[in-house]
Design a protein around this ligand. Structure first.
Ligand SMILES: [Zn+2]
Length: 144
């Protein structure tokens, strides 16, 4: 049995999987403030990348640690209830992510994955987002 009521559970889940989950918003705002322009949740591409920077041939995925099974991360620990169910679900997501990223790379895109835990608190976030900018600019060198 779920410890939460149906209503509460769907509330929690929608917060987790919602389109504009906070980490994505932070990341976009940060990139925008640095002068980057991008497209969001572009359905034309496999895996609907969270941020697409055409000018830099770069896509950014912001992955929730639980849903995308961040290896070795505390936030990706499976709940005790229905462990097998979650394990399978998350393994499926992981292999789908892998397929998507490989296909996009083949198409000439640079792929950057940001894990939610990397940008959860302010200090970590500042650091990660600055290194993100470096990664994007580094990619651009080969295209400019
Ligand atoms: Zn994580």
């Amino acid at each position: 049995m779920d410890i939460y009521s149906k209503k509460k559970r769907s509330e929690i889940m929608s917060k987790i999987s919602g389109k504009d989950t906070k980490p994505e918003v932070y990341t976009r705002k940060f990139l925008f403030s640095k002068g980057f322009r991008y497209r969001v949740n572009d359905k034309r591409y496999q895996g609907k990348p969270d941020i697409v920077l055409p000018k830099f041939k770069t896509m950014v995925f912001i992955h929730g640690c639980f849903w995308h099974g961040h290896t070795g991360c505390k936030a990706s620990e499976l709940p005790e209830t229905r462990k097998q169910f979650w394990r399978k679900k998350i393994l499926d997501t992981k292999s789908r992510d892998k397929r998507n990223i490989e296909a996009l790379k083949k198409g000439g895109w640079n792929i950057i994955v940001i894990w939610q835990c990397e940008i959860k608190n302010k200090t970590k976030r500042q650091k990660r987002l600055h290194s993100l900018v470096t990664e994007i600019l580094k990619n651009s060198l080969s295209y400019s």
